[in-house]
Ligand binder design. Structure first.
Ligand SMILES: [Fe+2]
Ligand SMILES: [Fe+2]
Ligand SMILES: [Zn+2]
Length: 398
């Protein structure tokens, strides 16, 4: 809402001013419905008691925060191309349609309330984005490659944010009606394919690195959720090994990848847990300098899904690491900007997050001890079972 309020002041045409002012007010409305949902859930679940402080400090929340900060610290035309087009037009259907339907499917009506309210006017958001990029491109032929560059960059930035959604959709919904891969095929491959066919007459092309995002669709949720599983001792939510039913569903939805690459790892973790060695990663992960996601991605587009993927850039005598060719291209185009990124892990190592021990950092994040760790036997697990009238015998064993 701040970004659009700035634009409403900066743009000179009345039409653009009014459209941006309305968008700003609507974004405030989105915030209010989301905060209402948070306050509702805060009565029932752990980890939601201080969302604003957490948003500005916690490592996994720096992924979305850094994307929106990136857009908001760009010029007005790049900002609007980023949010209204690359995010709203190309990618938000993936968030609001399959993910919110998943919430409804599981009886999560508080999420549905804000999700469907957002989705109901998403067509207005999208129209704004589409008209804006057409307008900019029509003004001067030199604008085409500039706008294409912004689309390429912000598509990738926003896509990396949605990696968190892929894990929620495939692993964290008790019962998932649609996999990330299925949603990607419908809402990106089909819908955006058609959109860019249409935009071809303006000379605009599919975002660069879209093939890589599509190649990742069979791996993304697994790699992200493995990361969350390993680090949930430092998160304000808990994770667990997927149930047998969930793993069978994942095998069915990911026939090319799940049984081959990911099931064996879950089985190994399950074995470790049985021996009383539930796996938590004791180190701090290296973060991508651009998307800020822990370096959990692999060389999928090179056909090596077991090789970790990372790239290196040098700028003013320092080394900067990125997760992919796509994030490296973004860094190399604007190294002055990204070399300044506020990276949570670097901040911890530099002593800016409360201390040297994980417990110091979690205190600094305002986490409570019951917010983190293994889900089975957690306060949330016990409360959830009680709500559903299920037996709580796990309580004794925990
Ligand atoms: Fe809206
Ligand atoms: Fe929107
Ligand atoms: Zn990255």
């Amino acid at each position: 809402h701040r970004g659009y309020a700035n634009l409403a002041r900066q743009f000179s045409g009345e039409g653009a001013q009014i459209a941006c002012q309305m968008q700003s007010i609507d974004e405030l409305r989105h915030s209010q419905t989301q905060i209402h949902t948070l306050s509702h859930y805060n009565k029932h679940f752990t980890g939601l008691h201080d969302p604003f402080h957490m948003h500005d400090n916690v490592w996994y929340l720096s992924v979305p925060k850094s994307y929106f900060d990136d857009a908001r610290s760009a010029g007005p035309f790049e900002f609007i191309t980023s949010i209204s087009f690359a995010f709203e037009y190309i990618l938000t259907n993936l968030l609001f349609v399959p993910f919110m339907s998943g919430a409804a499917h599981n009886g999560d009506m508080a999420t549905v309330t804000f999700g469907f309210s957002a989705q109901s006017d998403e067509s207005r958001h999208m129209t704004l984005g589409l008209e804006i990029i057409k307008f900019i491109v029509e003004q001067h032929e030199d604008n085409l490659e500039i706008v294409q560059g912004w689309i390429d960059k912000h598509f990738w930035r926003a896509y990396r944010v949605l990696g968190l959604v892929s894990a929620m959709q495939d692993y964290m919904l008790p019962d998932s009606p649609m996999s990330w891969k299925e949603a990607w095929d419908i809402y990106f491959v089909d819908n955006c394919g058609a959109l860019f066919k249409d935009l071809g007459r303006y000379g605009l092309r599919m975002p660069k690195f879209h093939e890589q995002a599509t190649a990742e669709a069979e791996h993304l949720s697994h790699q992200i959720y493995f990361t969350l599983y390993q680090f949930s001792h430092a998160a304000a939510f808990q994770t667990e090994i997927p149930s047998k039913e969930k793993m069978d569903w994942l095998s069915e939805k990911y026939p090319n990848t799940f049984d081959k690459y990911y099931r064996p790892r879950w089985e190994m973790y399950a074995e470790m847990e049985k021996q009383g060695k539930r796996y938590f990663n004791a180190g701090l992960p290296q973060l991508c300098q651009v998307c800020q996601v822990p370096m959990c991605f692999t060389e999928i587009s090179k056909g090596k899904p077991l090789d970790l993927s990372y790239r290196l850039s040098e700028f003013k005598g320092d080394k900067f690491h990125t997760c992919t060719d796509a994030c490296k291209a973004i860094f190399d185009h604007e190294p002055e900007k990204y070399s300044h990124a506020w990276l949570p892990v670097h901040q911890i190592f530099q002593g800016n997050c409360g201390g040297a021990e994980i417990s110091d950092v979690l205190k600094n994040y305002h986490f409570n001890p019951e917010d983190s760790g293994e889900y089975k036997g957690s306060a949330d697990d016990i409360a959830w079972r009680a709500t559903k009238g299920e037996s709580n015998d796990i309580e004794e064993s925990a």
